[in-house]
Design a protein around this ligand. Sequence first.
Ligand SMILES: Cc1cc2nc3c(=O)[nH]c(=O)nc-3n(C[C@H](O)[C@H](O)[C@H](O)COP(=O)(O)OP(=O)(O)OC[C@H]3O[C@@H](n4cnc5c(N)ncnc54)[C@H](O)[C@@H]3O)c2cc1C
Length: 398
Amino acid sequence: MNLDVVIIGGGLVGVASAHFLARGGARVCLIEKGDLNRGASGQNAGSLHFQMEHRLVEHGEAMTALAASMLPLSLDAIDRWGGITSELGEDDLDVVMHGGLMLAETPEQVAKLERKRAHEEKWGLPTRMLDQAEVREMAPYLTDTVLAASFCPVEGHGNPRLITSALARSALAQGVEIRSGTGVTAMRRRDGRWEVDVTGPDGEGDRIEADMVLNAGGAWAGRIATLAGLHIPVLPVALTMNATTPARPLIGHLIQHVGKRISMKQLREGNVLIGGGWSARMHRKGDQFDLSRRPASDLDSIQGNVTIALDLVPELEQMHLMRSWTGTVGVTSDSLPILGEVPQAPGYYVATGGSGFTLGLTYGALMAEHMLTRKTELDIDLFSPARFNHVNMFMGPK
Ligand SMILES: Cc1cc2nc3c(=O)[nH]c(=O)nc-3n(C[C@H](O)[C@H](O)[C@H](O)COP(=O)(O)OP(=O)(O)OC[C@H]3O[C@@H](n4cnc5c(N)ncnc54)[C@H](O)[C@@H]3O)c2cc1C
């Protein structure tokens, strides 16, 4: 097949890109080293968090203002998640958008929440402040140390186990070739096209050619870029998640905190998922982190994470911790996503970083639009890999 695009990585970002590219008429092959959705996309907390997270507002006003420039991506994501069930013609993708609360427990945190909300208001994100009495009325399950909260009525959660496979079904139906168990081992640009060398499930080698390559490798994106002689500064970061045993319906919102690392939600099965950016331990191999192994759990992280959850929702004490697991996310050096074509490597595109579950559909749609039309309605210049031109002056072997 005369391919337009080879996508590397079968997580949410790669598969969503395949779906939208195919919908735009592109001939696409997606290659995934392991199985689809076995990376961060299948291990995450599933939070659809559109408010600016704790990690984005804890480094002062200038960094908060920069992070606020991602809010147009969140606005796009709100529409995409709201419409994805009907877009894919699926009965039930378990997408819940009942609202989310970001909590504050000290006067300083309330002030930070107000500053955060001012940025959100400027960019048009629907949020409003609730005082202590309003929080109690809306979320009586929360501890009474909560002084205020910002409420976003469209926050919620999606089911990481369902969305990627639904998008993959749609991509396949539109003619996308998906090759699982197939890892990219080398790539080069020759005569205006990209040659991508891969190794398949039985160790057999193959070469795929296409006009464009999309690196959707998540935590592996930096390593995949190296295969093309490029620097893409994505750092693999290991995170922990926790789930309780099922309980009666209690927590009706996505819960976050402006001053603490916590995300919490109750699934329809009754389990409460507790996360929010607590670390796990990556294995090492020589002087590299070993990304082929699932990170090890860290008991201090689990305890720290669960302690905050218990402080905020005292009734959690009635539940048992059922399972903890880890996953590896790709974090960019400046916390902004990397979306677009690498100027030194025409036809080589990257989509990674940021809150890739919440924004995964948006990344996929934007990349398809960008790759097919060379422009996007939403301005993504700020997220271009061109901001790393200063480290990509010399491209590696052609
Ligand atoms: C524990 C945890 C909780 C999180 N919680 C949230 C949350 O609540 N909300 C939110 O918005 N985000 C969350 N995230 C982040 C989110 O999960 C990721 O940003 C998102 O899933 C990234 O998707 P992706 O497709 O880019 O990467 P991935 O899903 O990691 O997919 C990358 C794929 O590339 C493949 N690959 C690697 N090397 C090669 C190669 N050489 N050849 C071919 N394929 C290759 C990998 O096998 C992998 O399947 C969380 C992440 C973690 C780990």
